[in-house]
Ligand binder design. Structure first.
Ligand code: XIL
Length: 356
């Protein structure tokens, strides 16, 4: 009996001990751990989230506030107020503050790509707009933003250049131009290329070609960001490891910039709710366990390659904050909707602490 009580006590003790563990303290040396934060968090309204963020992380990313559309909604207008608060949140806490993102086809106003006559803007106009935007936004946060996703998602699944409005109007060298302007705007900031599905060989080959081209042009680029919007089974751990090694072989830093594990399938509108939203009433224990296992596997890979990986960033703090809900109930992160750490949190801590 006594030993049973002792055993129960031990379990309780270790659960309580986990509550006191901060991810930033168990990460391998030289690897920062961060989270993408939203407006309610950086303006302090969501106090419970702010406490966890402050305690757990040493890096932040802006989920939306530094994107082109929110910060530069019209040709002659910038909206810096929210972005200023985001940056200050990180500076106040001595966190590494990341900028995301300067040149992307998404969340960018249609005006950016339009010429005076309503036709698509020409190369010179687009280059002038890009340069002005990069100069203004990066210039404002010079010395406070550690590194920037200069270009986001420029490569197609087959490895070719994505036919984005930037590419259509400027040509393939728009990426090189963006890196040139970024270097000019803040010579002290790290500059990254960021994309998803880099575990897929064809796409990864395209990204590696792109970064090699930038280096051949003697442009500054410091790292490659893998968004890491992953699932329970895919990509396989072996694919993640292989991609990591190949990306690191470019000589650049490797980062996981938007990590989450999507538990829901992509279903068409009007699909059977039992398929589209299977965990509407909670996550079954076995799936919870599989999620924890998946996170443990992922962090073991990061740990193994700790010389190559400089940063891991979660795309949101708690399940309720995640962009992956979209009207459904998803469970992709380490904290639940009540802001309690999930078994996946403990699994990550264990994976980072285990000497293997
Ligand atoms: C997402 C945000 O999380 C959402 O709130 C927003 O509605 C759309 O964008 N790749 C990226 C991120 O680089 O900026 C995206 O963030 C997720 C996919």
């Amino acid at each position: 009996m006594r030993s049973l009580i002792a055993a129960a006590g031990l379990v309780l003790l270790s659960a309580a001990a986990y509550q006191d563990v901060a991810l930033k303290d168990v990460m391998p040396k030289g690897m920062v751990v961060g989270v993408a934060i939203n407006q309610r968090q950086f303006d302090g309204t969501d106090a419970a989230a702010v406490d966890i963020i402050t305690k757990q992380f040493n890096q932040i990313s802006p989920e939306n506030v530094l994107k082109f559309q929110p910060i530069h909604p019209a040709a002659d207008r910038y909206a810096f107020e929210a972005a200023d608060r985001y940056v200050q949140f990180g500076v106040d806490r001595k966190m590494q503050v990341i900028g995301h993102t300067l040149v992307w086809h998404s969340q960018t106003g249609a005006w950016v790509f339009q010429g005076a006559d309503g036709k698509p803007a020409d190369r010179e106009t687009l280059l002038a707009r890009m340069r002005e935007h990069i100069n203004t936004v990066m210039g404002r946060y010079k010395g406070r933003i550690h590194g920037w996703d200069v270009v986001n998602e420029a490569i197609e699944e087959d490895g070719s250049m994505r036919k984005s409005p930037w590419q259509a109007g400027i040509g393939d060298d728009y990426v090189a131009k963006a890196f040139e302007f970024a270097r000019e705007a803040d010579p002290g900031a790290e500059l990254y290329y960021n994309d998803f599905n880099l575990e897929k060989p064809a796409k990864r080959a395209g990204v590696i070609r792109l970064v090699k081209d930038l280096r051949a042009r003697k442009l500054r680029i410091d790292g490659i960001g893998n968004q890491a919007h992953w699932r329970l089974e895919t990509p396989a751990i072996g694919e993640i490891g292989a991609a990591l090694e190949e990306l690191h072989a470019t000589g650049l830093k490797v980062m996981y910039t938007e990590l989450d594990i999507n538990l829901l399938q992509n279903t068409p509108r009007g699909a059977d709710p039992a398929v589209a939203n299977p965990y509407a009433n909670g996550l079954p224990d076995d799936v919870q366990e599989r999620l924890a296992q998946r996170y443990a596997d992922v962090f073991r890979v990061f740990r193994k390659h700790r010389k190559a990986v400089t940063r891991v960033t979660f795309w949101g703090l708690s399940d309720g904050d995640s962009w992956l809900n979209r009207g459904r109930m998803n469970y992709p992160l380490l904290w639940d909707r009540q802001r309690q750490p999930k078994p996946a949190f403990n699994a990550v801590v264990d994976a980072l602490r285990s000497g293997k």
